[in-house]
Design a binder for this molecule. Structure first.
Ligand code: ZN
Ligand code: ZN
Length: 345
């Protein structure tokens, strides 16, 4: 089979590789029908994630058809259409028992990280019963791919950890795929005002279509001054960081209101300066973490009702074997006006 293989910082190749087989009785082998590229894959290619070693197949999102199941798999059989979660979970360990699947003792984020991932014709999914979801009949497969990672990440780490409530004023710093997922899922909780902050005017336009009430273009406007002016000097109830650099975290600590929340969603590679001398007196909370995907069943239900359509995040489509070209487009997202890319086998 063919797979997109990491070969060290800056190096990747679409190449022939052995088809995965059942290694443990709980494994499921999935024939990938649709997958995508995540910002995290770009981080890996930069060499930011040293746990990923040369030879690893990348990718942790996608949908597919069950090809084979191990002897202990009960919920799936060959031919079943499945959604693959970016997080693998056994469902039995102490952390899984409290739905903290991100920290499963035999799973967590391992796909395209510690084991071969989904940017391939076939992938082995450990603990298939707990890590796969049946695809409802008639579901939009492109929208479903957004449920592998970015939608649960936006909902759990941005909206739920940030405790977004009806009527709140919230600010989302970063209008990339995960920031947009925060924007879409925050609306389940009816915040009064959603301020989207980004450097890319095209992404801010899209954010307005997706429900942002206000947008701030960093570069032509001072985001902190503007938000303080917009909120009468109070700041926002929830400041959500969806980039992963010190400058955007700093905006969040400057705009959070007394009693508010800073929810960090971004993946950080360097330390940030925490202004505890200003924040200690403000009764705020700061949260962060890795998605557990415990909200995936709920998101699947909302998809069915049409309450939210994450398929709108898809801007580009390629064949799976055009993945090198797709990486080129996703890696130059501003120039290409790219949000999410769907790769179809
Ligand atoms: Zn991802
Ligand atoms: Zn577990």
């Amino acid at each position: 089979m063919k797979a997109l293989v990491y070969q060290g910082p800056g190096e990747k190749v679409w190449t022939e590789k052995d088809k995965p087989g059942i290694e443990k009785p709980t494994d499921v082998i999935v024939k990938v029908t649709k997958t995508t590229i995540c910002g995290t894959d770009l981080h890996i290619l930069k060499g930011d994630v040293p746990a990923v070693t040369p030879g690893r197949t990348l990718g942790h999102e996608g949908v597919g058809i069950v090809e084979a199941v191990g002897s202990a798999v009960q919920n799936f059989k060959p031919g079943d259409a499945v959604l693959m979660s970016c997080v693998t979970s056994c469902g039995k360990c102490a952390n899984c028992k409290r739905q903290l699947y991100a920290h499963c003792s035999d799973g967590g984020w391992i796909l395209g990280h510690k084991i071969d991932g989904t940017q391939a014709e076939y992938v082995r999914i450990p603990h298939g019963d707990n890590s796969l979801y049946p695809i409802p009949a008639g579901a939009d497969e492109e929208a479903l791919v957004m449920l592998s990672d970015i939608m649960p990440t936006g909902l759990e780490i941005g909206v739920q950890y940030g405790n977004v409530k009806p009527g709140d004023t919230i600010a989302i710093i970063g209008a990339g795929p995960v920031g947009m997922s925060v924007l879409l899922t925050a609306q389940f909780y009816s915040p009064g005002r959603i301020i989207m902050v980004d450097m890319d005017p095209a992404r801010l336009e899209l954010a307005k279509e997706f429900g942002a009430t206000d947008t701030i273009h960093v570069g032509s406007e001072d985001a902190i001054a503007k938000i303080m002016e917009m909120t009468g000097g109070l700041g926002v109830d929830v400041a959500i960081e969806a980039v992963g650099v010190p400058a955007t975290f700093d905006i969040c600590q400057k705009i959070v209101s007394a009693g508010g929340n800073i929810a960090n969603v971004g993946v950080h590679g360097t330390s940030v300066e925490l202004h505890i001398e200003d924040l200690w007196i403000k009764n705020i909370n700061i949260s962060m973490g890795l998605v557990s995907t415990n909200t995936t069943p709920m998101l699947l239900k909302t998809l069915g009702t049409g309450k939210v359509n994450p398929g709108r995040l898809v801007t580009h489509r390629f064949k799976l074997d055009e993945i090198i070209e797709a990486y080129e487009v996703f890696g130059n997202a501003a120039r290409e006006k790219a949000m999410k890319i769907i790769l179809t086998a």
